[in-house]
Design a protein around this ligand. Structure first.
Ligand code: ZN
Length: 88
């Protein structure tokens, strides 16, 4: 039976084969959901799905596309948003 703090469903089990040959269970944090477009809800590309401590050590340029509304809107919604803005 694992320790009470590990009996939570917010942790996922990872089965690891140890050098002795037996399998031990490691408990890891779950990853968050994939980033989605704020307008249409499509999955955003170029936005990594990583644990917070990995995101913290990652460069800002690796966390979202470098364009207006990168990491917020998908490319199609961004394009339409900008075209609508400058249309007379
Ligand atoms: Zn969109």
């Amino acid at each position: 039976m694992p320790a009470p703090r590990l009996r939570s469903r917010s942790l996922r089990k990872v089965f690891r084969r140890v050098p002795g040959g037996r399998t031990s269970i490691h408990y890891k944090r779950k990853k968050h959901k994939q980033a989605r477009c704020g307008n249409c809800g499509a999955v955003l590309k170029g936005v990594p799905r990583e644990l917070p401590y990995k995101m913290r050590s990652m460069a800002k340029t690796k966390k979202r596309p470098e364009r207006p509304f990168g990491g917020v809107l998908c490319s199609r919604c961004m394009r339409r948003n900008i075209i609508d803005k400058y249309r007379q």
